[in-house]
Design a protein around this ligand. Structure first.
Ligand SMILES: [Zn+2]
Length: 406
Protein backbone atom coordinates (compact mmCIF):
# COMPACT_ATOMS: atom_id res chain seq x y z
CA UNK A 1 0.00 0.00 0.00
CA UNK A 2 1.39 3.35 -1.01
CA UNK A 3 -0.80 5.58 1.06
CA UNK A 4 -2.79 4.83 4.15
CA UNK A 5 -5.81 6.64 2.84
CA UNK A 6 -8.75 6.92 5.15
CA UNK A 7 -11.96 5.61 3.84
CA UNK A 8 -14.28 8.31 2.78
CA UNK A 9 -17.95 7.83 2.40
CA UNK A 10 -20.20 9.96 0.37
CA UNK A 11 -23.30 10.14 2.40
CA UNK A 12 -22.34 8.86 5.77
CA UNK A 13 -20.66 11.05 8.31
CA UNK A 14 -17.41 10.12 9.95
CA UNK A 15 -19.15 9.57 13.28
CA UNK A 16 -21.60 7.20 11.76
CA UNK A 17 -18.72 5.55 9.93
CA UNK A 18 -16.89 4.96 13.18
CA UNK A 19 -20.00 3.47 14.66
CA UNK A 20 -20.57 1.37 11.60
CA UNK A 21 -17.02 0.09 11.59
CA UNK A 22 -17.31 -0.82 15.22
CA UNK A 23 -20.65 -2.50 14.95
CA UNK A 24 -20.60 -4.16 11.59
CA UNK A 25 -18.92 -7.46 11.27
CA UNK A 26 -17.42 -8.65 8.05
CA UNK A 27 -19.93 -11.07 6.76
CA UNK A 28 -19.24 -14.49 7.91
CA UNK A 29 -18.00 -17.16 5.64
CA UNK A 30 -21.55 -18.25 5.04
CA UNK A 31 -20.63 -21.00 2.65
CA UNK A 32 -19.43 -24.08 4.46
CA UNK A 33 -16.20 -25.69 3.27
CA UNK A 34 -18.32 -28.54 1.98
CA UNK A 35 -19.84 -26.21 -0.64
CA UNK A 36 -16.41 -25.25 -2.01
CA UNK A 37 -15.53 -28.91 -2.23
CA UNK A 38 -18.77 -29.52 -4.07
CA UNK A 39 -18.01 -26.77 -6.59
CA UNK A 40 -14.49 -28.04 -7.10
CA UNK A 41 -15.82 -31.54 -7.50
CA UNK A 42 -18.35 -30.40 -10.12
CA UNK A 43 -15.73 -28.34 -11.95
CA UNK A 44 -13.36 -31.27 -11.96
CA UNK A 45 -16.10 -33.57 -13.29
CA UNK A 46 -16.80 -31.06 -16.06
CA UNK A 47 -13.10 -30.74 -16.93
CA UNK A 48 -12.73 -34.51 -17.00
CA UNK A 49 -15.77 -34.82 -19.27
CA UNK A 50 -14.30 -32.11 -21.53
CA UNK A 51 -10.89 -33.81 -21.57
CA UNK A 52 -12.45 -37.12 -22.47
CA UNK A 53 -14.43 -35.53 -25.29
CA UNK A 54 -11.27 -33.76 -26.53
CA UNK A 55 -9.43 -37.07 -26.48
CA UNK A 56 -12.18 -38.80 -28.48
CA UNK A 57 -12.32 -35.90 -30.94
CA UNK A 58 -8.55 -36.16 -31.40
CA UNK A 59 -9.04 -39.87 -32.09
CA UNK A 60 -11.70 -39.05 -34.70
CA UNK A 61 -9.36 -36.56 -36.37
CA UNK A 62 -6.59 -39.16 -36.39
CA UNK A 63 -8.94 -41.75 -37.91
CA UNK A 64 -9.99 -39.24 -40.56
CA UNK A 65 -6.34 -38.45 -41.29
CA UNK A 66 -5.65 -42.19 -41.63
CA UNK A 67 -8.53 -42.51 -44.09
CA UNK A 68 -7.29 -39.56 -46.13
CA UNK A 69 -3.71 -40.89 -46.18
CA UNK A 70 -4.87 -44.37 -47.24
CA UNK A 71 -7.15 -42.92 -49.93
CA UNK A 72 -4.25 -40.83 -51.23
CA UNK A 73 -1.97 -43.87 -51.39
CA UNK A 74 -4.70 -45.91 -53.03
CA UNK A 75 -5.10 -43.24 -55.70
CA UNK A 76 -1.36 -43.23 -56.37
CA UNK A 77 -1.40 -47.03 -56.72
CA UNK A 78 -4.41 -46.82 -59.04
CA UNK A 79 -2.59 -44.31 -61.26
CA UNK A 80 0.50 -46.55 -61.41
CA UNK A 81 -1.70 -49.54 -62.14
CA UNK A 82 -3.41 -47.70 -65.01
CA UNK A 83 -0.01 -46.85 -66.55
CA UNK A 84 1.14 -50.48 -66.26
CA UNK A 85 -2.14 -51.69 -67.71
CA UNK A 86 -1.64 -49.55 -70.82
CA UNK A 87 1.98 -50.74 -71.10
CA UNK A 88 0.72 -54.33 -70.92
CA UNK A 89 -1.79 -53.59 -73.69
CA UNK A 90 0.99 -52.20 -75.92
CA UNK A 91 3.20 -55.22 -75.17
CA UNK A 92 0.34 -57.56 -75.96
CA UNK A 93 -0.07 -55.90 -79.38
CA UNK A 94 3.69 -56.19 -80.02
CA UNK A 95 3.66 -59.86 -79.03
CA UNK A 96 0.71 -60.53 -81.32
CA UNK A 97 2.52 -58.82 -84.23
CA UNK A 98 5.71 -60.81 -83.60
CA UNK A 99 3.77 -64.07 -83.40
CA UNK A 100 2.27 -63.30 -86.80
CA UNK A 101 5.74 -62.57 -88.23
CA UNK A 102 7.02 -65.85 -86.80
CA UNK A 103 4.10 -67.67 -88.32
CA UNK A 104 4.87 -66.06 -91.70
CA UNK A 105 8.53 -67.07 -91.37
CA UNK A 106 7.47 -70.63 -90.63
CA UNK A 107 5.37 -70.71 -93.80
CA UNK A 108 8.33 -69.35 -95.81
CA UNK A 109 10.64 -71.94 -94.24
CA UNK A 110 8.23 -74.71 -95.12
CA UNK A 111 8.05 -73.48 -98.72
CA UNK A 112 11.84 -73.27 -98.86
CA UNK A 113 12.06 -76.80 -97.48
CA UNK A 114 9.74 -78.05 -100.22
CA UNK A 115 11.88 -76.33 -102.86
CA UNK A 116 15.01 -77.92 -101.40
CA UNK A 117 13.44 -81.33 -101.40
CA UNK A 118 12.31 -80.82 -105.01
CA UNK A 119 15.84 -79.77 -105.96
CA UNK A 120 17.22 -82.79 -104.17
CA UNK A 121 14.83 -85.04 -106.07
CA UNK A 122 15.87 -83.48 -109.40
CA UNK A 123 19.51 -83.92 -108.47
CA UNK A 124 18.94 -87.51 -107.38
CA UNK A 125 17.14 -88.26 -110.64
CA UNK A 126 19.83 -86.61 -112.72
CA UNK A 127 22.57 -88.32 -110.72
CA UNK A 128 20.86 -91.69 -111.17
CA UNK A 129 20.81 -91.20 -114.99
CA UNK A 130 24.42 -90.15 -114.91
CA UNK A 131 25.35 -93.22 -112.90
CA UNK A 132 23.45 -95.41 -115.38
CA UNK A 133 25.37 -93.94 -118.31
CA UNK A 134 28.67 -94.20 -116.46
CA UNK A 135 27.97 -97.84 -115.81
CA UNK A 136 27.22 -98.26 -119.54
CA UNK A 137 30.53 -96.59 -120.32
CA UNK A 138 32.27 -98.81 -117.85
CA UNK A 139 30.77 -101.83 -119.53
CA UNK A 140 32.22 -100.48 -122.84
CA UNK A 141 35.64 -100.20 -121.20
CA UNK A 142 35.51 -103.65 -119.71
CA UNK A 143 35.59 -105.76 -122.83
CA UNK A 144 32.40 -104.41 -124.34
CA UNK A 145 34.45 -101.61 -125.84
CA UNK A 146 36.26 -103.85 -128.23
CA UNK A 147 33.02 -105.16 -129.66
CA UNK A 148 31.59 -101.69 -129.91
CA UNK A 149 34.76 -100.27 -131.38
CA UNK A 150 35.01 -103.11 -133.81
CA UNK A 151 31.54 -102.27 -135.08
CA UNK A 152 32.76 -98.79 -135.96
CA UNK A 153 33.16 -98.60 -139.69
CA UNK A 154 35.56 -95.72 -139.68
CA UNK A 155 37.92 -93.93 -137.39
CA UNK A 156 35.67 -90.89 -137.67
CA UNK A 157 32.69 -92.95 -136.43
CA UNK A 158 34.78 -94.27 -133.59
CA UNK A 159 35.94 -90.76 -132.54
CA UNK A 160 32.39 -89.39 -132.82
CA UNK A 161 31.06 -92.14 -130.63
CA UNK A 162 33.77 -91.47 -128.04
CA UNK A 163 33.18 -87.71 -128.18
CA UNK A 164 29.42 -88.22 -127.75
CA UNK A 165 30.02 -90.28 -124.63
CA UNK A 166 32.29 -87.57 -123.26
CA UNK A 167 29.70 -84.88 -124.05
CA UNK A 168 27.03 -86.81 -122.26
CA UNK A 169 29.28 -87.14 -119.25
CA UNK A 170 30.18 -83.43 -119.20
CA UNK A 171 26.54 -82.35 -119.55
CA UNK A 172 25.51 -84.60 -116.69
CA UNK A 173 28.32 -83.25 -114.56
CA UNK A 174 27.34 -79.64 -115.32
CA UNK A 175 23.69 -80.31 -114.64
CA UNK A 176 24.50 -81.98 -111.32
CA UNK A 177 26.73 -79.14 -110.31
CA UNK A 178 24.04 -76.63 -111.21
CA UNK A 179 21.41 -78.52 -109.23
CA UNK A 180 23.74 -78.86 -106.29
CA UNK A 181 24.46 -75.11 -106.37
CA UNK A 182 20.76 -74.34 -106.47
CA UNK A 183 20.18 -76.69 -103.57
CA UNK A 184 22.98 -75.06 -101.54
CA UNK A 185 21.53 -71.62 -102.29
CA UNK A 186 18.06 -72.74 -101.16
CA UNK A 187 19.58 -74.18 -98.00
CA UNK A 188 21.30 -70.86 -97.31
CA UNK A 189 18.01 -69.03 -97.82
CA UNK A 190 16.31 -71.46 -95.47
CA UNK A 191 19.03 -70.93 -92.87
CA UNK A 192 18.60 -67.16 -93.18
CA UNK A 193 14.88 -67.59 -92.64
CA UNK A 194 15.50 -69.76 -89.61
CA UNK A 195 17.90 -67.19 -88.19
CA UNK A 196 15.31 -64.46 -88.72
CA UNK A 197 12.69 -66.66 -87.06
CA UNK A 198 15.01 -67.34 -84.12
CA UNK A 199 15.59 -63.60 -83.73
CA UNK A 200 11.85 -63.01 -83.75
CA UNK A 201 11.37 -65.72 -81.15
CA UNK A 202 14.05 -64.14 -79.01
CA UNK A 203 12.27 -60.79 -79.31
CA UNK A 204 9.01 -62.49 -78.41
CA UNK A 205 10.62 -64.05 -75.32
CA UNK A 206 11.92 -60.65 -74.34
CA UNK A 207 8.45 -59.12 -74.67
CA UNK A 208 6.87 -62.04 -72.78
CA UNK A 209 9.42 -61.45 -70.00
CA UNK A 210 8.57 -57.76 -69.83
CA UNK A 211 4.92 -58.66 -69.86
CA UNK A 212 5.23 -61.07 -66.97
CA UNK A 213 7.23 -58.51 -64.99
CA UNK A 214 4.56 -55.90 -65.60
CA UNK A 215 1.84 -58.39 -64.71
CA UNK A 216 3.57 -59.18 -61.43
CA UNK A 217 4.07 -55.45 -60.68
CA UNK A 218 0.42 -54.91 -61.47
CA UNK A 219 -0.52 -57.73 -59.14
CA UNK A 220 1.48 -56.06 -56.36
CA UNK A 221 -0.27 -52.76 -56.97
CA UNK A 222 -3.69 -54.41 -56.90
CA UNK A 223 -2.72 -56.04 -53.58
CA UNK A 224 -1.50 -52.66 -52.25
CA UNK A 225 -4.76 -51.03 -53.27
CA UNK A 226 -6.65 -53.80 -51.49
CA UNK A 227 -4.51 -53.20 -48.37
CA UNK A 228 -5.36 -49.47 -48.49
CA UNK A 229 -9.05 -50.35 -48.86
CA UNK A 230 -8.77 -52.41 -45.70
CA UNK A 231 -7.02 -49.54 -43.90
CA UNK A 232 -9.76 -47.15 -45.01
CA UNK A 233 -12.47 -49.55 -43.82
CA UNK A 234 -10.71 -50.00 -40.47
CA UNK A 235 -10.31 -46.23 -40.02
CA UNK A 236 -13.95 -45.68 -40.98
CA UNK A 237 -15.07 -48.28 -38.47
CA UNK A 238 -12.84 -46.68 -35.83
CA UNK A 239 -14.27 -43.25 -36.61
CA UNK A 240 -17.84 -44.57 -36.42
CA UNK A 241 -17.14 -46.20 -33.05
CA UNK A 242 -15.49 -43.00 -31.78
CA UNK A 243 -18.47 -40.94 -32.98
CA UNK A 244 -20.70 -43.09 -30.80
CA UNK A 245 -18.31 -42.57 -27.88
CA UNK A 246 -18.17 -38.83 -28.62
CA UNK A 247 -21.98 -38.58 -28.54
CA UNK A 248 -21.96 -40.26 -25.12
CA UNK A 249 -19.08 -38.02 -23.93
CA UNK A 250 -20.96 -34.92 -25.11
CA UNK A 251 -23.99 -36.04 -23.11
CA UNK A 252 -21.80 -36.50 -20.06
CA UNK A 253 -20.16 -33.11 -20.58
CA UNK A 254 -23.57 -31.45 -20.97
CA UNK A 255 -24.72 -33.16 -17.77
CA UNK A 256 -21.56 -32.10 -15.89
CA UNK A 257 -21.86 -28.52 -17.18
CA UNK A 258 -25.53 -28.43 -16.22
CA UNK A 259 -24.74 -29.74 -12.73
CA UNK A 260 -22.04 -27.08 -12.26
CA UNK A 261 -24.28 -24.32 -13.62
CA UNK A 262 -27.11 -25.44 -11.35
CA UNK A 263 -24.79 -25.38 -8.37
CA UNK A 264 -23.35 -21.95 -9.25
CA UNK A 265 -26.82 -20.49 -9.86
CA UNK A 266 -27.90 -21.85 -6.54
CA UNK A 267 -24.88 -20.24 -4.88
CA UNK A 268 -25.49 -16.89 -6.57
CA UNK A 269 -29.14 -17.02 -5.59
CA UNK A 270 -28.18 -17.85 -2.07
CA UNK A 271 -25.82 -14.86 -1.95
CA UNK A 272 -28.24 -12.59 -3.74
CA UNK A 273 -30.99 -13.43 -1.29
CA UNK A 274 -28.71 -13.47 1.71
CA UNK A 275 -28.33 -10.15 3.42
CA UNK A 276 -24.63 -9.74 2.69
CA UNK A 277 -23.47 -6.97 4.87
CA UNK A 278 -20.76 -4.77 3.43
CA UNK A 279 -18.38 -3.59 6.12
CA UNK A 280 -17.03 -0.77 3.90
CA UNK A 281 -13.75 -1.72 5.49
CA UNK A 282 -12.14 -2.15 2.08
CA UNK A 283 -8.64 -3.48 1.65
CA UNK A 284 -6.20 -2.54 -1.17
CA UNK A 285 -6.51 -4.21 -4.58
CA UNK A 286 -2.72 -4.18 -4.99
CA UNK A 287 -0.09 -4.34 -2.26
CA UNK A 288 2.07 -2.04 -4.40
CA UNK A 289 1.79 -0.03 -7.63
CA UNK A 290 3.85 2.57 -9.50
CA UNK A 291 1.36 5.41 -10.04
CA UNK A 292 -2.21 6.11 -11.05
CA UNK A 293 -1.98 6.33 -14.83
CA UNK A 294 -5.59 7.42 -15.39
CA UNK A 295 -8.08 8.77 -12.88
CA UNK A 296 -11.82 8.12 -12.70
CA UNK A 297 -13.91 10.26 -15.06
CA UNK A 298 -10.99 11.51 -17.16
CA UNK A 299 -12.33 11.48 -20.72
CA UNK A 300 -15.22 9.32 -19.54
CA UNK A 301 -12.89 6.84 -17.86
CA UNK A 302 -15.00 4.27 -16.00
CA UNK A 303 -12.41 3.37 -13.38
CA UNK A 304 -9.01 4.09 -11.86
CA UNK A 305 -5.86 2.75 -13.55
CA UNK A 306 -3.03 1.58 -11.31
CA UNK A 307 0.19 1.06 -13.30
CA UNK A 308 1.98 -1.97 -11.88
CA UNK A 309 4.39 -4.64 -13.07
CA UNK A 310 2.97 -7.67 -14.83
CA UNK A 311 1.96 -10.52 -12.50
CA UNK A 312 1.46 -8.29 -9.46
CA UNK A 313 -1.24 -10.13 -7.44
CA UNK A 314 -4.71 -8.53 -7.44
CA UNK A 315 -6.76 -8.88 -4.26
CA UNK A 316 -10.49 -8.82 -3.63
CA UNK A 317 -11.03 -5.47 -1.85
CA UNK A 318 -13.75 -6.96 0.39
CA UNK A 319 -15.65 -10.17 1.01
CA UNK A 320 -18.17 -11.04 -1.63
CA UNK A 321 -19.13 -13.40 -4.37
CA UNK A 322 -17.61 -13.48 -7.82
CA UNK A 323 -20.39 -12.65 -10.26
CA UNK A 324 -18.20 -12.68 -13.40
CA UNK A 325 -14.84 -14.22 -14.21
CA UNK A 326 -14.46 -13.99 -17.94
CA UNK A 327 -12.73 -12.47 -20.95
CA UNK A 328 -14.04 -9.34 -22.64
CA UNK A 329 -12.80 -7.58 -25.79
CA UNK A 330 -12.19 -4.36 -23.81
CA UNK A 331 -11.66 -5.54 -20.20
CA UNK A 332 -9.55 -8.51 -21.27
CA UNK A 333 -9.50 -11.12 -18.50
CA UNK A 334 -11.56 -9.61 -15.70
CA UNK A 335 -13.43 -10.29 -12.47
CA UNK A 336 -16.50 -8.65 -10.99
CA UNK A 337 -17.36 -9.08 -7.33
CA UNK A 338 -20.63 -8.31 -5.59
CA UNK A 339 -19.97 -7.20 -2.01
CA UNK A 340 -23.51 -6.98 -0.64
CA UNK A 341 -25.19 -4.13 1.16
CA UNK A 342 -24.16 -1.70 3.82
CA UNK A 343 -26.41 -0.81 6.75
CA UNK A 344 -28.19 1.79 4.63
CA UNK A 345 -29.02 -0.81 2.03
CA UNK A 346 -26.56 0.49 -0.60
CA UNK A 347 -25.04 -2.25 -2.75
CA UNK A 348 -21.36 -2.38 -3.68
CA UNK A 349 -19.55 -4.14 -6.49
CA UNK A 350 -16.03 -3.92 -7.90
CA UNK A 351 -14.48 -4.85 -11.25
CA UNK A 352 -10.83 -5.70 -11.96
CA UNK A 353 -9.69 -5.65 -15.62
CA UNK A 354 -6.75 -6.49 -17.98
CA UNK A 355 -5.51 -9.49 -15.95
CA UNK A 356 -2.50 -11.20 -17.54
CA UNK A 357 -4.25 -14.59 -17.63
CA UNK A 358 -7.62 -16.20 -16.98
CA UNK A 359 -8.84 -15.18 -13.50
CA UNK A 360 -7.81 -17.29 -10.51
CA UNK A 361 -11.43 -17.40 -9.33
CA UNK A 362 -14.63 -18.40 -11.07
CA UNK A 363 -18.23 -17.23 -11.25
CA UNK A 364 -20.24 -18.04 -8.16
CA UNK A 365 -17.18 -18.45 -6.01
CA UNK A 366 -17.29 -16.76 -2.60
CA UNK A 367 -14.15 -14.73 -1.83
CA UNK A 368 -12.86 -12.98 1.25
CA UNK A 369 -11.03 -9.66 1.44
CA UNK A 370 -7.43 -10.19 0.31
CA UNK A 371 -8.14 -13.31 -1.79
CA UNK A 372 -5.90 -13.31 -4.89
CA UNK A 373 -8.33 -13.16 -7.79
CA UNK A 374 -5.81 -12.68 -10.62
CA UNK A 375 -2.60 -10.92 -11.70
CA UNK A 376 -1.83 -7.59 -13.37
CA UNK A 377 -1.47 -7.73 -17.14
CA UNK A 378 -2.43 -5.83 -20.28
CA UNK A 379 -5.10 -7.98 -21.94
CA UNK A 380 -8.06 -6.42 -23.75
CA UNK A 381 -8.08 -2.74 -24.70
CA UNK A 382 -4.91 -1.78 -22.82
CA UNK A 383 -1.55 -0.26 -23.75
CA UNK A 384 0.53 -1.31 -20.72
CA UNK A 385 0.46 -3.41 -17.58
CA UNK A 386 -2.07 -1.91 -15.15
CA UNK A 387 -5.11 -2.69 -13.04
CA UNK A 388 -8.28 -0.97 -14.18
CA UNK A 389 -10.46 -0.87 -11.05
CA UNK A 390 -14.14 0.05 -11.18
CA UNK A 391 -16.62 0.40 -8.37
CA UNK A 392 -20.39 0.60 -8.51
CA UNK A 393 -22.60 1.76 -5.66
CA UNK A 394 -26.23 0.89 -6.20
CA UNK A 395 -25.27 -0.01 -9.74
CA UNK A 396 -23.80 3.44 -10.48
CA UNK A 397 -20.13 3.87 -11.42
CA UNK A 398 -18.30 5.62 -8.61
CA UNK A 399 -14.68 6.71 -8.09
CA UNK A 400 -13.12 3.64 -6.46
CA UNK A 401 -10.15 5.73 -5.31
CA UNK A 402 -12.46 7.36 -2.77
CA UNK A 403 -13.22 4.03 -1.09
CA UNK A 404 -10.33 1.68 -1.73
CA UNK A 405 -7.10 2.27 0.23
CA UNK A 406 -4.13 2.83 -2.05
ZN1 LIG B 1 -8.79 2.00 -17.14
Amino acid sequence: MKHATSIRLRRIGSLLLALLLTLSVSFAKATPARADDRQQELQQAKEEAQNKLNEINAGIKAAQANQAAAAELKQQYAQQEAVIKSQITILYEQITAIKEQISNKETEIQEKQQQIEQKQAEYDERFAGFQERMRAMQRLDNGGAVALLSQATSLYQLLTFSSTLEQISTKDTQMCEELENQRIELNQQKEALETAKAELEEAQNELENQNSQLESKRGELVASMQAQNEKISAAEAEEAALEVEAAEARKQLDAAAAALDAYLNEQVRKYGDAAIKCSLNFGPALSTYKYISCVFGAGGHRGTDFAAPANTPIYAVADGIVTTAANHWSYGNYVQIYHGKDDDGNTYSTLYAHMIQWPSVSSGQPVTKGTIIGYVGSTGNSTGNHLHLEMKINGVLTNAANYIPH
